[in-house]
Design a protein around this ligand. Structure first.
Ligand SMILES: [Mg+2]
Length: 358
């Protein structure tokens, strides 16, 4: 499932559900085509852009859109849906967790550009059966994360939903002019790094789906229930001029790496045993490699750095791990412990859906 830019599709993932007519990747590509041809068309004179209006530097195809305002920093814009039954379930996730996860998705996209989040807008539709107590607790979770990153809630919309809670956020951020870290800057021989550990969020989801235990203790699975976007690390990396390309791991390493490779017209080699896999407390274990490779919603940063630059082993207490290298050959290969290679397909959420529905 492609996580493409501020334009990101929220369809069937591991929670449920119905199919879109096209795959997410194809649908985004189609919309990008429409947007390009609309932009190239004849402009009615009355709608011609005013002098001094912001220009679109980067549109569909990255974690955020980048807008240039005259004389100032570049503006980052990202939007994300959080839909009941798709991204969360009220019987699985406490309302504070839903609120935090809702905003974390957008903040993580700002982190992936090396930016600083500034304001958020929230549009929330709630079904009649949902209590005000639930909504208040949702807002508590949302605003707690906003406060932790100095983000102001600046507006939004509310409505009644026919079924299910629907939340849509817009997050605005800023980055010094021309300095946004894009997905498209990776070069052959660059090293591939990831922050933290992978698969922890998907492991929690797997336990929830298997319903054993019926409920998970959110405190034991913080990366799933209360993800903290890597804003400080993204900014640090950008200021140190280390990353040539960057993305957040929202859909799973294999899928997110494929976005960098596509946008940069390169391939990659990943060393299986170097992929940092999350430890979970109950059952106490390190998650399987498959979860590390394909599990989504970890909101870590995946980035590439020229081979001659030094990358710290940890930043702000978070381990940074070198997991592979960019190649000229446009395939993504997984190198196993014994040295054998296999093609790594961007499996992401699809993988889990098909597995768990068997
Ligand atoms: Mg993203």
């Amino acid at each position: 499932v492609a996580n493409s830019c501020h334009f990101r599709f929220s369809h069937a993932n591991a929670y449920d559900i119905s199919e879109l007519p096209l795959s997410e990747r194809d649908l985004i590509e189609r919309f990008a085509g429409f947007a390009r041809s609309a932009g190239a068309g004849r402009r009615p004179r009355k709608l011609s852009p005013q002098i001094g209006s912001p220009q679109l530097v980067r549109g569909i195809g990255d974690d955020c859109a980048v807008l240039r305002s005259p004389g100032g920093d570049d503006l980052l814009v990202t939007t994300d849906f959080s839909l009941e039954g798709v991204h969360f379930r009220r019987e699985w996730h406490p309302p504070e967790s839903v609120g935090q996860r809702c905003l974390a998705r957008g903040l993580s996209d700002i982190a992936a550009m090396g930016g600083k989040p500034v304001t958020a807008f929230l549009s929330l539709a709630v079904p009649p059966a949902c209590s005000q107590f639930w909504v208040d607790r949702f807002m508590r979770g949302f605003l707690r994360l906003a406060g932790a990153f100095g983000v102001r809630l600046a507006g939004g919309d509310t409505a009644q939903s026919p079924a299910g809670v629907l939340a849509d956020i817009i997050v605005l951020g800023s980055v010094p002019r021309g300095k946004a870290v894009l997905r498209s800057g990776a070069h052959p021989r660059d090293r591939i790094y990831v922050t933290g550990a992978l698969g922890g969020s998907a492991a929690a989801l797997q336990l929830l789906r298997e319903a054993r235990p019926k409920k998970l203790d959110p405190r034991k699975f913080p990366r799933h229930f209360f993800p903290e976007p890597r804003i400080g690390i993204g900014e640090f990396l950008r200021k140190e001029k280390l990353p040539s390309a960057m993305i957040d791991t929202s859909d799973g390493l294999s899928t997110d790496l494929s976005h960098i490779c596509e946008q940069s017209s390169v391939g990659a080699k990943l060393w299986a045993e170097r992929v940092p896999r999350a430890r979970i407390p109950a059952p106490r274990k390190v998650v399987d490699l498959q979860l590390g490779l394909h599990g989504g919603e970890d909101y870590e940063l995946l980035f590439t750095v020229p081979a001659d630059l030094h990358v710290p082993r940890s930043i702000a207490g978070v381990p940074i791990t070198c997991i592979g290298a960019i190649t000229r050959n446009r395939k993504i290969l997984l190198v196993n412990k014994n040295g054998s290679c296999e093609t790594l397909k961007p499996a992401g959420w699809e993988h889990f859906r098909s597995n768990s529905d068997e």
